[in-house]
Design a protein around this ligand. Structure first.
Ligand SMILES: Cc1cc2nc3c(=O)[nH]c(=O)nc-3n(C[C@H](O)[C@H](O)[C@H](O)COP(=O)(O)O)c2cc1C
Length: 177
């Protein structure tokens, strides 16, 4: 079983990025599980002074990241950049043992979010994550009324998600035969 951890970069209740990841959880192919991490809004602000004795929420975050075979990120763009809460989570993981080398699939719910996507790739590269291109995808959920359930039955977006998850599984299986 390939265990993926999904993290949305939006704290919004009706977030299109969160909905996309919830649809991925519903569309999991056989041999793949997707769990949602929805704790980014509760993490303390990153402070290097706390790295020696990190808060409990950070210990838990690192442990959850460590247990995942791969990460699914879907992150919106705010003011042409990465939303603060999501970047804050990444900052806590920079010096962790768990994050470097972690395979990441980048999902994107907005074709306009090019600056945030580029910034995120630069940050992930700096953190030695491995972005898996064949498992990454971009769709347009801007102004969409689709729910997670609606996405699973959408004739275009549903198959795109399944293809990405299949590719992620194949990639991870090839890494650990
Ligand atoms: C404060 C703020 C700033 C935004 N800045 C941008 C931006 O620079 N570029 C962009 O494409 N969209 C921008 N947006 C639009 C959001 O990226 C868009 O609404 C996205 O769907 C939010 O993601 P979510 O649905 O997952 O919450 C901004 C939205 C807000 C609230």
């Amino acid at each position: 079983m390939v265990r993926l951890l999904a993290v949305s970069g939006s704290l919004r209740q009706a977030s299109s990025n969160s909905i996309l990841l919830q649809a991925a959880e519903r569309l999991c192919p056989e041999g793949v599980s997707v769990a949602q991490y929805d704790g980014i809004g509760k993490l303390p602000h990153f402070n290097p002074d706390l790295l020696e004795d990190p808060p409990e929420t950070i210990i838990e975050l690192r442990s959850i990241i460590g247990q995942a075979d791969g990460l699914l990120f879907s992150c919106p763009e705010y003011a042409r950049g990465i939303p603060g809460a999501f970047k804050n989570m990444l900052d806590w993981l920079v010096s962790s043992e768990e994050f470097p080398g972690k395979p990441v699939a980048l999902f994107n719910a907005s074709p306009r979010a090019s600056h945030a996507q580029a910034a995120l790739r630069l940050v992930l590269d700096t953190m030695s994550a491995r972005v898996i291109e064949e498992a990454s995808m971009s769709v347009n959920l801007l102004s969409s009324e689709l729910s997670a359930e609606g996405i699973t039955t959408d004739p275009v977006i549903g198959p795109l998600i399944v293809t990405a998850l299949d590719a992620f599984k194949r990639h991870l299986d090839n890494q650990n035969p």
